[in-house]
Design a binder for this molecule. Structure first.
Ligand SMILES: Cc1ncc(COP(=O)(O)O)c(C=O)c1O
Length: 470
């Protein structure tokens, strides 16, 4: 029986039974939860029946939109045929083998990354980055370099919230109270030109300074102690930060010089979000490990993948007769239902040309947001790539002065946006609202979502004036 205890509403039950991820317990007690009932395409319906344009695609993940019959059917069929199969002891589900081949083919053909030839599966972006964290250690231990195990990430990065991936994440709010980051994880400067450039510094000069910071960190620690550098090609949760000009070319050269692996966290950027199949192709990266999740199944099933280079895999394979089994993996690694869903999801992306659609509709969304925010004195920057756009707040548009510590104008605007029926995200590092709708979003849905956001900005104005000064 699917019945809750009588005489209590779901919001009361929620408050008395749930610990929500990345949420304030105090706020839950005051405001209660926001419950959702259904979704279709880019539109979510809450439990009062009100509709919202989902400008976040959930957490940057529902790339093919909600309610896709072909994806649902693939999952339902897989549940009937082979509801579970593990991949331990060299077992495999047929669809998992198929999806591996498909991923490798996509990386070769769509990203020019012919050096990526093996796939390891998990269930979340966080565990994919934990796999990367462990794999680079394994690799260097096998190479007789056990001291080469530190990983460099960046301030403002988001790589997940398991113990290792929280450590890789470069946002203090996720570290404090958990005694993280773990030792051996370091963070270098955040390459966000709009906020962190010095007065008069050009983008190229800023980019060079960011790479120089990385170089001096490597030198300070000793290259012999650094195993890998991890990066989101476009930083998402930090605030939609695009790499400054020349950044990755120079980072790649530096890493190559010091025998340091590159882990590309494509958990958001993979599967079309940036108007390219993968950021690896878009930025001409040569990663040794690529973390994928979210768009792999458009969140119809929790599934992640780590795509591994020959350079790393060959070391594992050569040592295998002596080391024995690769002692890493999860109950749900390569789940057959997730694999069937991934195949159907990739079919939809291909058939509907969603990568090209993101490339076309991204600039349209960007321009619409620039227009809608132009007259607001607290919006300092609107930027993006593909269907990934950030709106950053300042306390003074003339000087782009930072909003004072503790103010969160983007959260106020988000609250009004919800009331207008549009859901941008309010990010946790800088005051940024992000927009990353399903790649299937139509132009009229973009228009509707952006005009609702424009109204929200208007409605928030008195509170923003009070917070930031008129
Ligand atoms: C770039 C990036 N990496 C990793 C993760 C963690 O993924 P998950 O929440 O599935 O563990 C996220 C989640 O937002 C992400 O944006």
């Amino acid at each position: 029986m699917n019945e809750t205890r009588p005489n209590r509403t779901l919001d009361v039950i929620d408050q008395s039974t749930m610990l929500h991820p990345v949420s304030s317990i105090a706020e839950l007690k005051t405001n209660g939860p926001t419950l959702y009932r259904s979704a279709n395409g880019s539109i979510l319906q809450d439990s009062t029946g009100r509709e919202h344009v989902d400008m976040g695609a959930g957490l940057w993940c529902v790339n093919v939109g909600y309610g896709r019959e072909e994806v649902v059917k693939a999952g339902a069929d897989a549940l009937k045929t082979l509801s579970y199969q593990h991949h331990f002891a060299n077992s495999a589900a047929e669809d998992t083998v198929r999806v591996s081949d498909r991923l490798i083919q996509l990386f070769h053909e769509q990203a020019g990354a012919t050096h990526l030839n093996r796939v390891f599966y998990g269930s979340s972006g966080s565990d994919a980055n934990d796999t990367a964290y462990k794999l680079v250690r394994y690799y260097n231990n096998l190479r007789g370099k056990p001291e080469k195990k530190k990983i460099i990430s960046r301030i403002g990065a988001y790589h997940g919230l398991t113990a290792a991936s929280t450590s890789l994440t470069g946002i203090d709010a996720y570290h404090k109270m958990f005694d993280l980051p773990l030792p051996d994880v370091l963070h270098t400067s955040c390459p966000h030109y709009f906020r962190y450039a010095k007065p008069g510094e050009s983008e190229a000069e800023f980019s060079d300074r960011m790479v120089a910071d990385l170089a001096s960190l490597i030198e300070r620690e000793g290259a012999d102690t650094i195993a890998a550098f991890i990066a989101e090609p476009v930083m998402g949760t930090g605030g939609v930060f695009l790499p400054p000009v020349g950044y990755f070319d120079n980072v790649q050269k530096l890493l190559d010089k010091h025998d340091i692996l590159l882990i590309a966290d494509e958990v958001i950027s993979g599967f079309g979000r940036l108007g390219h199949w993968f950021a690896t192709g878009a930025f001409n990266l040569k990663p040794d490990i690529v973390s994928l999740a979210k768009g792999l199944t458009s969140a119809y099933f929790p599934m992640s993948a780590s795509v591994i280079s020959d350079r790393v895999y060959d070391v594992l394979a050569a040592a295998s007769p002596e080391t024995g089994a690769f002692m890493h993996g999860f109950t749900y690694s390569g789940h057959p239902v997730g694999s069937a869903i991934a195949l159907a999801n990739i079919d939809v992306i291909e058939k509907e040309d969603l990568v090209a659609r993101a490339a076309e509709n991204g600039p349209y969304l960007l321009e619409a947001l620039k227009d809608a925010t132009q007259s607001c004195p607290y919006v300092g920057d609107v930027r993006g790539m593909g269907l990934m756009v950030g709106v950053e707040y300042v306390s003074d548009k003339e000087t782009n002065a930072e909003c004072p510590q503790g103010t969160a104008p983007h959260k106020i605007v988000s609250k009004h946006a919800f009331l207008e029926g549009v859901l941008p995200r309010a990010l946790p590092f800088l005051p940024v609202n992000s927009f990353s709708p399903p790649l299937t979003i139509t132009r009229s849905e973009i228009d509707e979502g952006v005009s609702r956001f424009g109204r929200a900005l208007q409605n928030a104005r008195p509170e923003l004036e009070q917070l930031l000064g008129a």
